[in-house]
Write a protein that binds this ligand. Structure first.
Ligand code: URA
Length: 181
């Protein structure tokens, strides 16, 4: 992945932001793409959105070391623009390999771009805070829990409350998945 130059994002970024956390995690968070701080540090979610994510994790008694965190795009888009569908598609084989290695019991998508990679027709306003079971090519059955992006919720009071409420559901959602296995 560090050597990848399959799309033009690599030319404009400092480094490939691989992912971080526990490779045996039950929960895998998938965000959008690195921002400025992530590009500089090489670690996903270390800026303001990352701080908010850490706070929400702490509220459900989890640490970053307990989960795995990655993005649908591993390289920072210029000026923090949204990654294009082509860039997301080009980066997909890397994310697929990460999912295959980690084999999470629950994938939690952060934001619309990540959600759409797994649930292309879904509307985030309709399915946030819900689990959808999908059949993912080359992976098999996978549970997807959809959340709003912490960056979008940071400065929007009502979205922030919704995200926090949805986040609180995670332990029970995971428990239920494990019981049904
Ligand atoms: N936003 C994301 O989607 N990913 C990061 O790594 C940081 C901010």
């Amino acid at each position: 992945m560090q050597q990848c130059s399959k799309c033009s994002l690599r030319e404009g970024c400092t480094q490939v932001v691989f992912g971080s956390g526990n490779s045996e995690a039950e929960i895998m968070f998938i965000g959008e793409a690195p921002g400025k701080k992530e590009d500089a540090s090489g670690t996903p979610f270390v800026g303001a959105a990352g701080k908010f994510l850490n706070e929400m994790l702490a509220e459900i008694k989890l640490k970053r070391e307990d989960v795995y965190i990655a993005n649908v795009c591993k390289c920072r888009p210029p000026e923090n623009r949204d990654p294009s569908p082509e860039e997301i598609a080009t980066c997909w084989p890397w994310l697929l390999q990460q999912i295959q290695i980690i084999q999470p019991k629950l994938i939690i998508t952060l934001g619309r771009h990540s959600m759409e990679r797994f649930l292309p027709k879904a509307k985030i306003s309709e399915i946030h805070g819900q689990v959808t079971k999908i059949n993912l090519a080359q992976i098999g059955s996978q549970n997807i829990f959809t959340l709003y992006h912490p960056a979008a919720a940071l400065y929007n009071g009502s979205l922030r409350e919704t995200l926090k409420k949805d986040f609180q559901k995670i332990p029970k959602v995971l428990q239920k998945i494990k019981k049904n296995h």
